[in-house]
Ligand binder design. Structure first.
Ligand code: PL4
Length: 407
């Protein structure tokens, strides 16, 4: 008789974003005439620039003719796109071989699937608060014990709080796999060279692997802050980097990302190139390549015209972030992030929990945010605001909060 994977019984409650959607739906049913402003989920709103539309349209047109039609492509991605990404890294002074870059259908799936190439008894470190996908995939891959007192046994939690500058410090003990994310979700903080160097030094000493989530790297405006972990000496020996076109090019719906697995990366018992080969094997076995249309759009997003247009949209979202930052600062609340990141992490008013403040913003100001505690215990007392809305809705949301919420 077939049985359910027991890890599905261990995993907790509903996934954060579905819980928010559920509460929002309930509010809408009870108040059908109220217009809500969403500063919650990190979902893009701006239309794709014409340079990208041309790339997408060009591929769609080609699919309509016998001479230019294409079916399955390489599971690792189109050679041209991989080469374009290599050139993109080269401009940052990072040399990668094309076969170290794997095209994906977005960062989230690879962030989870990458666990499959490491041994089942690997210990995993995640920050707290954290993007929930790292935790939930660790549970489903069987890397944790039971959930007790708000934490999974066996998972190593790295506090990401005011005391640590809202970016985690290295684990106290040993961890095999370490997830880090910069610009950070949810805190909006960006790791400095020194902070990343500390992780690379730790990983090389402990023979750990860092999974570096760079999904928001395009938001970094300050050139002294690293956009890739490979800007750090020694990182190719210990880090996998996962990135996405979702936030750089507005591909949240189009779906496209990439993962870098350097050949220099080695783990216990493996030789140089074997981790890269294992990921290649995993992808060719369980993934059939990203959509050819999405990949054409990705190539267009990396063209000179495409990059210029994408950075203009990023500047638009960063202007929204400033509106949110200024709005909450005026209310007298402590505000973190939003300068080189699309997220703003706001301390709730005294004595208010994250969900209390979520409900207050929803009921009184009709604004949806994300409660910090949903990202982990150390997120209690904070909420996350997203700058991915339209400028008009962001301004209206902030004005509504200032009008109706008394601190
Ligand atoms: C809602 C740190 C958003 N249903 O689009 P992808 O798969 O290339 O990237 C997903 C992703 C990867 N890494 C980080 C992220 O924050 C995200 C997207 N997060 C958010 O509001 O935190 C969208 C969440 C989506 C989800 O579960 O990812």
């Amino acid at each position: 008789m077939a049985t359910l994977n027991a890890n599905y019984k261990r995993i907790q409650g509903s996934y954060l974003f579905s819980e928010i959607a559920k509460r929002t739906r309930k509010f809408k049913e009870e108040h059908p005439d109220v217009v809500l402003f969403s500063l919650g989920i990190g979902n893009t709103t701006q239309p794709l620039p014409s340079a990208i539309i041309e790339g997408l349209r060009g591929e769609v047109e080609q699919l309509g003719f016998i001479d230019t039609y294409t079916g399955y492509g390489d599971e690792q991605g189109n050679q041209n796109l991989r080469k374009a990404l290599g050139e993109w890294y080269q401009r940052e002074g990072i040399s990668l071989d094309t076969d170290e870059i794997f095209i994906s259908d977005g960062a989230k799936s690879d962030l989870a699937n990458v666990q499959s190439i490491f041994s089942e008894d690997s210990s995993i470190a995640i920050q707290d608060p954290v993007y929930p996908a790292y935790v939930d995939s660790s549970v489903l891959y069987g890397h944790t014990g039971e959930f007790e007192n708000g934490k999974y046994n066996g998972l190593i939690y790295m506090p990401c709080t005011k005391d640590t500058g809202f970016f985690p410090d290295v684990p106290l003990g040993h961890a095999d796999i370490i997830y880090i994310c910069s610009p950070n979700n949810p805190t909006g903080a960006v790791a400095t060279q020194e902070q990343l160097q500390k992780f690379v030094t730790y990983a090389r000493r402990e023979e750990s692997v860092i999974i570096f989530d760079a999904a928001y790297s395009a938001f970094i405006q300050d050139d002294s802050l690293p956009r890739s972990i490979y800007e750090i000496e020694g990182a190719k020996e210990c880090a996998i980097e996962i990135n996405s076109f979702s936030k750089y090019a507005g591909f949240t719906g189009v779906r496209l990302g990439w993962t870098v697995v350097p050949k220099a990366l080695v783990v216990e018992g493996s030789k140089s190139g074997e981790v890269n080969k294992a990921w290649n094997r995993r992808q060719t076995t369980m993934f059939n390549g990203a959509s050819n249309i999405a990949q054409a759009g990705g190539a267009a997003a990396l063209s000179e015209k495409g990059q210029k247009a994408c950075h203009k949209i990023i500047a638009y979202y960063l202007a929204n972030a400033k509106i949110i930052r200024d709005g909450f600062t005026t209310l007298g609340l402590e505000v973190i992030g939003g300068e080189n990141a699309p997220y703003i992490w706001v301390k709730t008013p005294v004595e208010m929990t994250s969900w209390d403040f979520f409900d207050t913003l929803l009921m009184k100001a009709h604004v949806i945010c994300t409660p910090g505690v949903g990202f982990g215990l150390h997120g209690e007392g904070y909420v996350r605001l997203s700058a991915f809305g339209t400028k008009k809705a962001t301004q209206q949301a902030v004005a509504s909060i200032q009008r109706s919420v008394r601190i």
